[in-house]
Design a protein around this ligand. Structure first.
Ligand SMILES: Nc1ncnc2c1ncn2[C@@H]1O[C@H](COP(=O)(O)OP(=O)(O)O)[C@@H](O)[C@H]1O
Ligand SMILES: [Mg+2]
Length: 277
């Protein structure tokens, strides 16, 4: 993994720089942002199936499609929503109307795809998203935010709404470099000292631990250059590359429901157990 070029240092935009720490501080649900540096690494697969695993453990879970602009949680869950976050934003629907039941026993608040007005963090988008998260938090045990990839303002803002962050990365060098950049931005701009890592599409058992150790080393070298500061990247899960995942996505089904015995389903259940402590 290269640490010489530093996309994190130059890619941050002014609004995101203003956010020095997570905004989520009020009581209620545990908020977890599932994010990544690179796109297509498995965030939506992990979020949807983690929600189902937590629901199976008796938790009341809401997944908020925070990949504003390029939302596709509805596709993965085979839902055809008439009302979305967009309608709540524009006051055409109430929150109650837009929160839908999903297969897997959890609730979803879906976003429309191709909404260019949400791909930039305007003060309006910022206020509305913050307001909605504040409104849903008291009603659930968990609010999972399925964010977009990268370090744009809108992604960083969505992450800032969550107390905890899970970064999903695959073992590919490009994914790892981007994961490093993302985590570094979270450490510097949001003052996060602890971030969770899930290595997805691992090629062999133990690869997640190896990758986490390497990332932790470079991150600690960076964050630890400031006196008294430590940084902890915690490996929360390792999901092997699994044909059942591809099949489930193609059929628009949850792996957990349709291939409950497969490696990936077991790994997601283990992630839920770890999060529940
Ligand atoms: N563990 C895995 N094994 C095999 N394929 C996977 C795995 N995780 C994800 N994929 C594949 O990667 C694709 C992208 O996943 P997705 O969750 O949509 O990514 P993201 O939300 O990060 O853009 C899925 O459609 C699926 O085919
Ligand atoms: Mg996605």
């Amino acid at each position: 993994m290269s640490t010489t070029s530093d996309p994190a240092a130059s890619g941050a935009a002014p609004l995101a720089q203003a956010m020095s720490r997570p905004l989520a501080s009020k009581g209620g649900a545990r908020t977890l942002a599932v994010t990544s540096g690179k796109g297509g690494v498995g965030k939506t697969f992990v979020t949807a199936n983690l929600a189902a695993a937590l629901a199976a453990r008796g938790q009341k879970v809401l997944v908020l499609d925070a990949d504003l602009g390029l939302a596709n949680l509805d596709v993965v869950l085979n839902l055809h929503p008439k009302l979305t976050l967009h309608d709540v934003f524009t006051e055409k629907a109430t929150l109650e109307q837009a929160i839908l039941p999903a297969p897997g026993g959890f609730s979803v608040l879906l976003a429309g795809s191709g909404m260019v007005e949400y791909s930039r963090l305007t003060p309006d988008v910022r206020d509305k998203l913050l307001h909605i998260v504040d409104l849903v938090k008291p009603r659930f045990d968990w609010v999972l935010l399925d964010t977009g990839a990268g370090i744009s303002d809108v992604v960083l803002f969505a992450i800032s709404l969550a107390t905890d962050v899970l970064v999903v990365a695959t073992p590919e060098p490009t994914s790892l470099t981007d994961a490093y950049a993302t985590i570094k931005v979270l450490a510097t701009q949001q003052n996060r000292r602890e971030v969770g890592l899930l290595v997805n599409q691992a090629n062999r058992v133990g690869e997640g631990k190896l990758i986490c150790g390497q990332l932790q080393q470079v991150l600690q070298r960076f964050v630890g250059s400031k006196p008294g500061q430590t940084f902890k990247l915690e490996l929360l899960g390792e999901v092997k590359s699994d044909q059942s995942v591809r099949q489930a996505v193609l059929k628009r089904q949850l792996v957990l429901e349709h291939y409950p015995g497969c490696d990936a389903a077991q790994a997601i259940k283990a992630l839920a157990s770890k999060l529940l402590g």
